[in-house]
Design a protein around this ligand. Structure first.
Ligand code: BGC
Length: 760
């Protein structure tokens, strides 16, 4: 039934959205190539370099502005053909104005390609990507990206800097929230779906936008989770863990890539021709273009690989960075570098060709103003269908972490419910970081959602002490309140008179995101104290967590009966959470990331290597562990409960052996042994027991989400071929190695039925 609702939503959104779209493949590939070549032939070197130059509007920026580029200078440069793209110009009218300037005032009238960070929605906010990955429903990610594209294109945009597909293993990193978590298989499925959602079947349709796979590569592997830091990573990890989601984007025909701020094995990614030329444009045959990250070409100077901007431009163009975002390096120096014979003009031509090709595919040469439609803009933003889809996405992203004695779901009548905590009444925090044009305070708060579901009579609210002191913004550091306890006793008082307490704790939306690395991932401010004080007077506590990264919640996990992981769930957060709390929807999300017991466990991930001393055989300290804390996660990757129970039985393999020409079908029967209908994400893991290099203790190789009524059973099957067993090893090739493999089918990465097979 739930699947049906989702497909109806997908169909209706796509139907509404597609009424004016042009035929797919309107411009055959070679027709576009002919037009690109014809245009290229007319361009001066200055105009070519201009296509590689991208500036932000001067009013919305996430980094420093290049010197001397004020609004006036910007208009002059457009007129002189020295600008190919802008970011952060939004709205049908503003984008139309700037486009008109480019088309009417420049010699060749080449349209600009206009970009924006549309990460999890444009005005209608969907769950942050990490949360959405917890749904384990790529179709849902496709739908939310589709809707984001419908709204963004109606606001005149052609291009989003999404999906962010960085695999992350360290919760200290603030940008964990932007990706799909720690696993390359799940990450690749979500990445593929998001690209398809943004781009649709036809980039030239008026409601599709070009996607951008970022940040290429290994940004999620920066040391100690400190943003913009260096990454050290072996080639097998790069290929087996980091690159698969990027490769999936290429398979989904993503239009663009963005490179990364970080170094990777001492080489800044922006200057890495191994990544951009050898792998991306070479091995993978990517024919779109690569944009730098914000001034990442300029940052080659502080990285210490270029003495000045000219040297930085030389390194970046040679390495395959096609467009310079806010670096002012290409526009200032590339022409000179070509004239001096240091850069082949053919390299510039190649970059220009790639950019023009995407502009043609978007249909910008046929109608540069087709995205400039204020009526459509007015009609689609936060429209009913979009909000309905956002609610669906919100509830499907929720993970039930603990539910002792079936405290949840709550009855809608007859219970006195205390709702506590600043986050519970916030209409802003659920919008999350990287929120594009979400209207401030436009989310449904948890408190509102609960009142909408029950009628207000039984619900009372006490904020408790302030969480944040003063101003909150995406630019500045947050100040947590650690001293002012005003509100504590009122909250305790309310809790003591109530049957059950729902307390919202976790992170402000500006606690995660770019530039938000933390050394401590425990609850901040007075939140832990508030929780313990409340628990003293009422043990029936349900914690609603709102956060953008895994956080440390040991005390809570040990003491309170119910914990619901609700991330930052977007515009409809409160309504989605209320459906779960009151049992209108049975939660089915599973963690896309391991939850640590201590920040000192970071990086923590399920698909680690075994080490030479994985277990405590001798009873002494000389094994791979911590002396002051378990090495295991608090909640493992793939974990999540339901209001019903599922049992796994009858694990079977179609054969005990596999070879290059054969496949194995692995199956298990899943039964709903509880009282209510529920969904389960059935997961398939394997382990390659002996390899030419050490192999992970488990690797996700498949998942299926099923829905079962009470007492209903379903046989779930997965097909395994040798391709699924391949890995990138020390020899620098992908291959599957003969030998024994373990296989599990189960509810998460730590449990499951186990068997084995042999690759001949
Ligand atoms: C971020 C990118 C983003 C760009 C443009 C950079 O600081 O790293 O992810 O797309 O800014 O806003």
């Amino acid at each position: 039934m739930k699947k049906l609702i989702l497909s109806i939503l997908v169909m209706s959104v796509i139907a509404v959205a597609c009424t004016k779209s042009t035929d797919p493949g309107k411009h055959a590939k070679n027709e576009i190539d002919v037009r690109v070549e014809a245009l290229l032939a007319k361009m001066t070197l200055t105009e070519k370099v201009g296509q590689l130059n991208q500036y932000s509007s001067r009013w919305e920026m996430t980094g420093p502005a290049p010197e001397g580029v004020d609004s006036m200078a910007l208009y002059n440069m457009i007129k002189e053909g020295k600008l190919g793209s802008m970011l952060n110009v939004t709205g049908a009218i503003a984008t139309c104005n700037i486009q008109r300037w480019a088309v009417d005032s420049s010699r060749l009238g080449i349209p600009l390609i206009l970009a924006y960070d549309v990460i999890h929605g444009y005005e209608t906010m969907f769950p942050i990507p990490l949360a959405e990955a917890a749904s384990w429903e790529p179709e849902l990610a496709q739908l939310s990206s589709r809707i984001a594209a419908i709204e963004a294109s109606a606001a005149g945009l052609h291009w989003t800097f999404a999906p962010m597909v960085d695999i992350a293993r360290d919760a200290r990193w603030g940008r964990f929230m932007e990706g799909s978590g720690e696993d390359p298989y799940l990450g690749a499925k979500m990445a593929y779906a998001r690209v398809k959602g943004f781009q649709g079947d036809d980039l030239s349709a008026e409601n599709t936008i070009a996607a951008c796979a970022k940040h290429f590569a290994a940004y999620g592997f920066i040391e100690s989770g400190r943003d913009y830091n260096s990454a050290q990573i072996g080639n097998p990890t790069l290929h087996n863990i980091v690159l698969p989601p990027f490769k999936a984007c290429v398979e989904a025909e993503v239009a663009t890539f963005m490179n990364a701020f970080n170094t990777i094995n001492e080489m800044p990614a922006t200057a890495s021709s191994y990544l951009q030329r050898d792998i991306l444009k070479g091995e993978w045959g990517f024919d779109g273009f690569v944009v730098s990250d914000w001034n990442s070409i300029g940052e080659l100077i502080p990285h210490g690989v270029a003495a000045d901007k000219k040297a930085a431009a030389l390194l970046a163009i040679n390495a395959g960075s096609d467009m310079d975002m806010e670096g002012n390096a290409y526009v200032k120096h590339l022409e000179e570098l070509v004239n001096e014979g240091l850069v082949e003009e053919t390299l510039v031509d190649d970059a220009v060709r790639r950019i023009l090709r995407i502009k043609f595919k978007l249909g910008l040469f046929d109608d540069p103003y087709k995205y400039c439609n204020p009526e459509r803009e007015e009609a689609v933003m936060r429209c009913e269908e979009h909000l309905a889809a956002a609610k669906e996405a919100a509830k499907k992203s929720i993970v039930l972490l603990k539910n002792d004695n079936n405290l949840l779901p709550l009855k809608k009548d007859g219970l006195k419910i205390a709702v506590i905590g600043e986050l519970a009444e916030s209409k802003d925090v659920p919008l999350g970081s990287w929120r594009a044009k979400a209207v401030t305070n436009s989310a449904v708060s948890l408190l509102e959602g609960m009142k909408n579901t029950t009628g207000s009579s039984s619900i009372n609210f006490a904020k408790g002490p302030d969480y944040i002191n003063g101003y909150r913004s995406f630019l500045t550091e947050l100040q947590f309140n650690t001293t002012n306890r005003n509100g504590m006793s009122a909250a305790k008082n309310l809790a003591s008179k109530s049957d059950v307490v729902v307390i919202a704790l976790g992170e402000d939306c500006w606690q995660s995101g770019e530039g938000r690395s933390q050394t401590d991932i425990a609850l901040k401010g007075l939140q832990q104290e508030l929780l313990e004080e409340i628990y003293k007077v009422n043990k029936n506590v349900v914690v609603v967590l709102m956060n953008g990264r895994p956080i440390e919640i040991n005390w809570m996990a040990e003491n309170v009966p119910s914990i619901v992981e609700c991330w930052h769930l977007g515009s409809e957060a409160g309504n989605g959470i209320a459906e779960v709390l009151f049992g209108d929807y049975n939660p089915a999300g599973k963690l896309p990331v391991s939850f640590p017991r201590a920040v000192g466990q970071q990086p923590l991930y399920y698909n680690h290597l075994n080490t030479g001393r994985p277990t405590n055989r001798e009873g002494n300290v000389f094994w791979s562990h911590y002396t002051d804390q378990s090495k295991e996660p608090l909640f493992p990757f793939g974990y999540g409960l339901s209001y019903t129970q599922f049992t796994y039985s009858d694990l079977a393999l179609s054969a005990g052996e596999i070879n290059e020409d054969s496949k194995i079908v692995a199956s298990a029967t899943i039964t709903n042994t509880g009282d209510v209908v529920g969904e389960e994400v059935v997961q398939l893991y394997i382990r390659d027991l002996v390899g030419s290099v050490s192999r992970p203790v488990k690797e996700l190789k498949g998942f299926k989400k099923i829905s079962l009524k009470p007492n209903e059973s379903q046989k779930v099957s997965f097909e395994i071929t040798t391709e699924d067993l391949e890995f990138y090893g020390a020899s620098g090739e992908w291959k599957a190695e003969p030998g024994e493999f373990k296989l599990w089918i189960g509810p998460n990465s730590a449990e499951g039925l186990e068997t084995a097979f042999v690759l001949k």
